[in-house]
Ligand binder design. Sequence first.
Ligand code: UDP
Length: 480
Amino acid sequence: MEETTTTTTTKRVLLFPFMAQGHLIPFSQLAHLISLRNNHSVTLVNTPSNILTLRSILPSSSTVRLSSLPFNPSDHGLPPGQESTDSLPFHLFFPLFLSTESLRPAFTRFVSDALSSDPTSPLSIIADPFLGWTVDVAKDLGVFHAFFLTSGAWGSAVFLSLWTHHPLPWSDSDDLALPNRPNVRLRRSQVTPLLLHGDDDDNPEFAFFHRQIAQFCKSDGVIVNTAEGFERSGVEFLKEESGGMPVWAVGPLLRVPSTPLSDDTHIGWLAGHPPASVLYVSFGSMNTISASQMVELAMGLEASGTAFVWVIRPPIGFDFKVGFREEWLPEGFEERMREQNRGVLIHGWAPQMEILSHASTGAFLSHCGWNSVLESLCNGVPIVGWPIAGEQFYNSTMMVEEIGVCVEIARGNGNESVVCREDVERIVRSVMMGGEGEEMRRKAREVGEVLRAAVGEGGASVRAMDDFLRTALSTMAGKD
Ligand code: UDP
């Protein structure tokens, strides 16, 4: 890639992700890619146990440095060593969010020490939008700052718009036209309960997110994990919503699948099925469905006759670490599916990238978390959407209405979504066995090509990354 400077000055980038698998993975990929650029010294900053996770995600050859900030989970009501949403029960997510603000003094010291140790070397900060206060640290120290959105452009823009224009002008019919985009209409079931019920700053959770969103437009720019050719209108909308800040679409940044693949028993099971015949079902790293939805999903899957791999977690209201109880599924379901070689339940963590890249996987029933969306489409796998929270609703709608690679099976915050076994059976059959599914798979393969080309040699996302680095590192540290 082209480098504009001819000096040998080391240019430094500090990256600070939020503590959740869906954020740590793309941040480490971004860090690794930047470190591959000439002379760039890259450091990922986080709390001690997340540093261990980041080390395990980064390729072993990576030169990215890892630096932990002092953090004591028990000061924030969190169990020892449990510093990410992946290890915490749902009711402790908010204490974790809130605890991130306590990292500000240590992060300020870290940046300021880095500046004084080498005042002539450019330095910039890339932070998670949930860590909005990092903008103030950067501004106080005269350092370039960008937010990295680990979600897509369209979903982020809608999410930003909802928070920025709060309180929302709901119509009597329970739907809403977005203030800046009256042609975009949302239902109540597509909006986080915080924006529906928690509408004042006396609610600490609402106030926290409000504080972070208010910082968004103060940054110097936005990096987003998407490709412009895939989300053209999303990137445009994001530019508008972020007040005209520069937006660099540098994705898709994905975790590299581990090798060898064949050692995994689930991959072995997949290999025994015909191409594109297996439905992969997963709700990501933090979400799950209710016990009654779980029964409807199981009955619908069984009736559909489709082979499936289902990553199953305890239902809403239960800690993910409790043992799985048979009573959460229809009687004898797991055993029946195993005996008929029809379905596999993965209790715990699945090798998702490996499953999605396997030729036997034909569709993904997903909560539409952004990493899952990109991982699926990069592999040409269409999506059966069941969005549950946050911007997942807008990811799903965009893929249904604009791209044609998704059909929605259910939608709603947590246990509010209504899903019945007949719908599951009908939709799964049409995606796995009908013409609709074939057409979605064709489109997904086309999108996969666009996404892969964007990060290939000379691709638009590679050029955007270089442009970002030139902009972010063109000024000396300590100057505007
Ligand atoms: N993931 C995985 N195995 C699992 C569940 C999740 O490898 O059993 C990975 C998945 O491949 C993706 C990330 O965790 O990279 C989840 O991110 P996403 O944005 O899809 O959803 P989130 O978990 O953030 O809601």
